[in-house]
Every structure is written in C-alpha cells, then in structure tokens.
Design a binder for this molecule. Sequence first.
Ligand code: NAD
Length: 462
Amino acid sequence: MSDIDPLRFMLKRQREAFDEEMHPSLEVRRDRLNRIGRLLKENQAALCEAVSRDFGHRSHHETIQLEIAPLMGALRHTRARLRRWMKPERRSRSLEFLQFSNWVQYQPLGVIGIMVPWNYPLLLALGPLIDILAAGNRAMIKPSELLPVTSALLARLAGTYFKPEEVAVTEGGVETAEAFSALPFDHLIFTGSTAVARKVMAAAAENLTPLTLELGGKSPAIIAPDYPVAQAARDIAFGKLMNAGQTCIAPDYVLIERSKLETFAAAFIATAETFYPRQSGETHYTSLVGERAHDRLMRGIGECRARGVKLMSAGIALPAKGVHIPPTLVIDPPADCLLMEEEIFGPVLPLIPYDDFDAALKFIRERPRPLALYLFTCDKAIEEKALRNTISGNVTVNGTLLHIAQNDLPFGGIGPSGIGAYHGHEGFKRFSHARGIAKVRIFNPARLAMPPYGRIAALLAR
Ligand code: NAD
C-alpha cells in the first residue's frame, strides 16, 4: 500500500464524520477542548520527558512554561468565550433593503491539516488544534519526523483521548509530510520554514486548499536611546536563550546605539551566566536539536571569526546530553555573512550598532518583513514612530516573546514570515467560514426591478 492511502482513508473517514455533524453544539466543542486539557494534565511528565529525550536535553520547566502553560491558558480563554463567538452576527442593511435581515454564520470548514515543526512540538500541534476544534472542525496532525519519541506519544495520546475521526496523528518522514501536504483538506495550517512552505504551498495549490502559513525569519530587537540598556539585555537574553534560541519569535539580532554596545554586551553575558550558573546541579539550558543545526551555527560563527568579527561567549553550565553552543554574541558582523542572511535559530546574537534611530528603522524596513519586532523605549513619540515606520507580524514593546502569550491578540507573520493569524477569536474565525446570509422577510424588493423594466427602473436610472 502506498504511503498516501492510509492518509486519504483517514481524510475520507473524518470528512464522512464531519458530514454527519456539520455544526457541532457548544457542548460537543467544549467537551473536545476539555479532552485536550486532560491529555495535557494527565500526561504532563511523560510529555516533558519525551520532548527532552528528542532534544537531547530540555528542562521540564521549559516545556511546562513555554508549551503546556500557554496551551492551558488558551483553553481557558477559548472555553469562556466560545458561546459568544459561535453566535450569528447581525449585520446592517441599506435603505433599499429594509425588508431584509442580514447576518453572518460562522460555519466549520471541515477537516483541517496541521503540520508541525520540531521546536515547540506540543504548542504548535495543540495550539492550532484548540482553535480548530473550537470552530467545530476535525483535524489531522503531522508532527515533525525529527522528534520520533514525542510524535509517537502524541499519536498514542490522540488515540486515547479522541476518536480517529475527530483528531488523528500521522507519524512519518518527509515523504509522508509531502503526501500530507498534497491532501485535499478544507484548510491546512503549516508551521515551519519558509523554504518548506514554498513546497507545501505548491502542493496545496493543486487542490486550491486554503493555507495558513506560520513561518520564521529574522526578528529584530531595537533599543531606543532612552531605554536602560541592562534591562533590555535581560529581556533579550530571556527571549533569545529560551529553548536555546530555537524559537520562531526569538530576537534574531539587536540594533543598539553605538556608544552603548559594550554595556549591552557585558549585561547580556552576565545575565546568561546567572540564568544557567556553572555550579548548578541540573542546567536549564536546552540542547540544539541535532548535529546539522549545530554545524550550521558553527559555520556561521567560524565565518565571522575568519572575517575578524569580535565574538563573546558566556561561561554557563551545559547539559551532559545532546549538542550545544553557549550563548554567543557577534559584534557588528557584516551584512553579507550567514548569520545576517539566514534566520539564526540558536543562541547566537549579532549586535548591530546604529548612530541614528531613523537609520536603524530603515535597516529593519530594508529587510524581509519579520515575524516579530521587539522595541525598547519609554518614550511615547519614539514608540509611535517605530510602530508606524516598520511592518512585522507582531510586536512586544519593552519585552520579548510575550505577545504570543496574549490570548486576545492575533498571532502570525506577514509576507515571508507568514500568511494569516490565529489564536483566540482570530483563530476561531480563521478556521471558520464566515457565511453571509441575506433573508427576505415579507416582500422581496427585487420584484420591483424585474423586467420588463417599468417606472421603478426609470426612477432608479434618474
Ligand atoms: P521545517 O520547515 O523543516 O518542517 C516543518 C514541517 O514540514 C515538519 O512537519 C516536516 O515534517 C514538514 N516537511 C519537511 N519537508 C517537507 C516537504 N518537502 N514537504 C512537505 N512537508 C515537509 O521546519 P522546522 O525545521 O521543523 O522548524 C523550524 C522553522 O519553523 C523555523 O524557520 C522557524 O522560524 C519556523 N517556526 C515558525 C513558527 C511560527 O509560529 N511562525 C513557530 C515555530 C517555528
């Protein structure tokens, strides 16, 4: 049997089940959401352990804080608002259509595919699933082949907490992923790299499958002259070093006033050393996902070293298992090096000095539109100027990463960093069809304008 047959069979099975229940009640949807909550709560330790094994090392605290806790928050937010979101939305009518009542019905789309990257395997599989099930759909999930232990556990747990026609997890390698992206889903959400997204989009185009793409890119942090440098360094270290920098919205590089660069560098290194002290028993520093990721970063660092760029590394406790690079600063690298041309996706942080804040904003504008932007300022005028003169998927002002944890904000990219946003109400709407319904109540005014055209048509023509 070819790789694709079981996938097509599952899609057919889910679609048939969907056809039997095209508009699940609030109770049915809440029950499905509750089961995601139970899956997480009852298996928290096993899930943390599976992720840690696949990574080499990842602290259970990190998996709970960065994946499980945000999922529980999203579940609470969605559950509490779902009744309101499901209600039809009354719309206005113009004078000539006073006989109408108009409304929008939010309809489930059907069966939705979820393609998941390796870096947040729980958050990026179950986060979309919350919105998808809340909107009344069914889902097929394809986790990353780079995390076999976690993927197998997710498949087993999905089978325990859900019927296969509600939620199904498909394990497999790149071939399976290719077959998955070619399925005629009613919608496909892909989270991953821009390069693979191009292939997924081409495969989906064959079926005209609508897509949500959650991609990556180089998210800048910009520190305005008024902002205390040590505070910014602490927040940027937090955003950069969580998951060892393997975060789609990690600050990729920092724009800082030239005169403050050294102060920033010293504060960043000192912060990293307090986050992961050498004398600690168990380090909370995460491993890189594999040799390939490690070698690519080492190539970038090696290139900068060879070109005479200054590097600074923090002396921290590294885990015994897996492959690692300590937090490393790259001071003012050239624009045409690997570390400034590709998304870094690791604990390596270029510092780019600026002499003029407007020029720093231009530096951001000249590059592809990023997934996130981090702005550090207490000056309202600077904040407004930066927000008006840059474009990015999201922004956190005076912090890093935390826009993703705001359940009532859309999360997503723009241009090469993504298409479409989800989370909360936006997620519910993303995975629903907003069907506009116009209902003639007593008298259909079109009857006055039907041929043969008479007085009313002449009146309209005046
Ligand atoms: P990836 O693109 O290599 O893989 C993502 C998914 O695509 C996996 O499920 C994989 O099985 C599948 N895949 C691989 N090759 C395929 C092919 N030829 N055809 C179809 N599917 C294929 O990404 P990754 O390395 O797992 O994750 C890292 C990337 O994801 C980074 O660029 C990061 O910025 C991005 N990311 C974005 C977000 C976001 O929310 N925007 C979140 C996390 C990661």
